[in-house]
Every structure is written in C-alpha cells, then in structure tokens.
Design a protein around this ligand. Structure first.
Ligand SMILES: NC(=O)c1ccc[n+]([C@@H]2O[C@H](COP(=O)([O-])OP(=O)(O)OC[C@H]3O[C@@H](n4cnc5c(N)ncnc54)[C@H](O)[C@@H]3O)[C@@H](O)[C@H]2O)c1
Length: 352
C-alpha cells in the first residue's frame, strides 16, 4: 500500500515508525521546507522516497493509497478536504480543523467520495483506555455519575519559539486545542459523546509571548445526566500528568501516567477474575505521543482493505474539536453553550 506524509516536523517520526511497522510502502514525503523532508528520509533510511514541497503535486504524481497530514494545525482542514475531494484516504493529525465550518467541509467531502478518513486521536488505542471503554460499554459502572480529565503538562518559551504557528489562534490555539485535545476526546468518548451544554473559562497566565490560553477549565453536562470537569494546562513546572477518572454507581476507575496510559484505580462492586491484571496495566511509551500511532495506522490499513470506516473517524475528530471550541465560545460569551455548535472558529478568540 503506497503511503505519503505531508509535514515532516516533530511528530513525523511517530508517523514514519507506524507506517514502517504496518509494512506500508513509504513513497513520498512533503514539506514546504523540503530540507525537513530530506532529513526525515535520512534519519529513517528511506532511500527511495521522493521529496516534494507542494502536496498537491505530490498527490498528483505519486497517487498514494494513504496520506498522513502532520502539518501545522491551521492547514489540516484545507489539506484533508483536498485529499477527500480527490479520492485519497487520509489520517489527519489533531485537531482535524480550526473551526466547525472547516470540519463540516472535510466531513462533506469524505461523505461525497467515500474515502477512508481518520482523525489522529491515537490514545483511544491505549490498553488502559480500551479497558475503560469496554467496562463502560459492558455496563459495569451502572449509571454514570461523573467524569474528570486533568491534563497538566509543561511547555516553556523554547517550545513556542521553535515555530511561528505555535500558540496563535489562527494556526494552533492554546493548551486545550493542542496539548489537551487528546484527553478531552477521551473524556467525551467514554462518557457517551452526547453533550447538553458546556461552561468554560480559559486564561493566559504564564505565557505572554503566545496569543492563546495556557490554562482552561470547563464543566460538561452530558445528555445522560452525567457531569464532568476538564482542567487542561501547560503551566506546571514539569510534565505532571494526564489523568482520566470515571465514577458510576457500581465502579470507579482512574487512568493516569502522562497520557492516560496506566490504570491507577480499578474498583468495581462485581469484581472479575481479570480485574487484578487490569490494575497492573502500565504502558511504557517513548514520548508523550504514546504508542497509539502504530495501532491507529493498523486500523486505518484494515479499514481500507476491508472497506469499512476507521475506528477513529472524522466525526470523532469533529466531536473533540467541538468540545474545545465550546469552551472557547463559552469563555468569550461569558455563558453556558448549548450543543451542538453550528459555528465557531478559533480566530473568533482574537481580541479586536
Ligand atoms: N497526535 C499527537 O500526539 C501529536 C503530537 C504532536 C503534534 N501533533 C500535531 O501534529 C501537527 C504537527 O506538529 P509538529 O509538532 O510536528 O509541528 P512541526 O512544526 O514540527 O511540523 C510541521 C511541519 O509541517 C510543515 N508544513 C506546514 N504547512 C505545510 C504545507 N502546507 N505543506 C507541507 N508541509 C507543511 C512545516 O514546514 C513543518 O515542518 C500539529 O497539528 C500538532 O497538533 C500531534
């Protein structure tokens, strides 16, 4: 299966590793700064790969069966829509777009051509997350009471000064949109997706050199009646944790580690034989991106081969985006936001 990558920066190594482990034929790399593509090829011993600086030309010449989009967040939507309209299956890095309208255009294009399209929320494949989701789907919690996600990471000035797109409303967003969207996606997904309303607040307390927020908090009211809280920040003095907790009438679980990859608490009234093994789940990952890219690629390849929808599709990508945008919108308007959101863009946060 011919594979091509658009965007050869920090996260590109995780994509190349996942492509290799899934035996994809890595045919082309594209970056507007082609030196980055050349470097990525060299570092990964990709001798026969073609290098491009224009993704449209690359798609036209190479005609890959699968494309990954790992560019700045601000151009994900445009490139994803182009891939879909021109019949290319794709994996788009998070966030899949920067506005509801842009996400809807991507979805419309995917529905029109029927390409296989995946939003890169790879932490859904964490063993701990899979166990939690299964326990909820199997009814082990009973009636859900509440959930909670805390993403407490550290990003300093040297991180933001690497690239001009970071921390800007038009091209990135802040802590919630960039670093915390994975945990926010997990919270919404495990709690049952359907949201009634959100009240949120965001601030920039410690990063005066970026436009967007470095701390955001929110209260989420689910249609089921369950409630949840979100705290997402890059203001801790070291990377600290990403924990996800769920409480129900018959059970309580807390996932922990740096990206919800360990099971810290696993308690149910109906103890099962396998529960003691579950309590020792602890996935070791090389970095904060975790191990999920390889599993996500495996699923997308299978979705192409078996003509089915990927496990994490573009509707899932939009739901994560919508929840982050709802927090921004709530803060901007100073009131609770009802779901679904018909329209909102990160650029509406720019102070006039
Ligand atoms: N899933 C994850 O865990 C995870 C982890 C890190 C980053 N990300 C996401 O991946 C994306 C990239 O992050 P990064 O840290 O690698 O950024 P980066 O700036 O290091 O790399 C992005 C690359 O894209 C290139 N680029 C920009 N516009 C392009 C275009 N139109 N065509 C071709 N190339 C283009 C840039 O030159 C740059 O080399 C971001 O959206 C980020 O949110 C996801």
């Amino acid at each position: 299966m011919k594979y091509a990558l658009i965007g050869c920066g920090r996260v590109s190594g995780s994509h190349i590793k996942a492509a290799k482990l899934n035996n994809l034929e890595i045919t082309a790399l594209c970056d507007i700064n082609p030196e980055k593509a050349v470097r990525l090829a060299r570092e990964n011993n990709l001798e026969n790969v073609s290098i491009f600086s224009d993704y449209k030309e690359m798609l036209d010449v190479v005609k890959p069966h699968l494309v990954a989009i790992a560019t700045w967040s601000g151009c994900h939507g445009e490139i994803a829509e182009y891939c879909a309209l021109n019949g290319f299956n794709f994996i788009v890095e998070k966030p899949m777009a920067m506005s509801i309208e842009e996400a809807d255009r991507v979805i419309k294009a995917v529905e029109k051509t029927g390409v296989k399209a995946c939003a890169c929320h790879q932490n859904r494949f964490n063993i701990a997350v899979q166990e939690l989701k299964k326990a909820i789907d199997n009814g082990r919690f009973g009636k859900l009471s509440h959930g909670n996600v805390n993403i407490r990471w550290c990003r300093r000035e040297d991180y933001y000064s690497q690239d001009v797109w970071r921390g800007k409303w038009a091209t990135d967003g802040g802590a919630l949109m960039n670093q915390c969207i994975h945990g926010i996606d997990l919270l919404r997904w495990v709690m049952g997706d359907e949201i009634e309303s959100v009240y949120g607040s965001v601030r920039n307390r410690q990063h005066p050199y970026i436009e967007a927020e470095d701390i955001g908090v929110a209260v989420v009211n689910f249609k089921s009646g369950a409630v949840a809280t979100i705290e997402g920040t890059v203001n801790t003095i070291e990377d600290f944790e990403e924990t996800l907790s769920v409480f129900g009438e018959n059970g309580m679980v807390r996932l922990g580690g740096m990206n919800a990859s360990t099971i810290d608490v696993w308690q149910f009234k109906d103890e099962e034989a396998a529960d003691s093994d579950r309590r020792s789940v602890e996935e070791i990952a090389p970095n904060l991106y975790g191990n999920g890219h390889t599993s996500l690629y495996r699923d997308v390849v299978a979705s192409i081969e078996n003509d089915r929808t990927p496990y994490v599709d573009v509707y899932a990508g939009k739901r994560a985006l919508e929840l982050v945008l709802s927090i921004y919108k709530s803060c901007k308007e100073g009131r609770e936001v009802k779901f679904p959101i018909d329209s909102f863009a990160t650029t509406e946060m720019i102070e006039k």
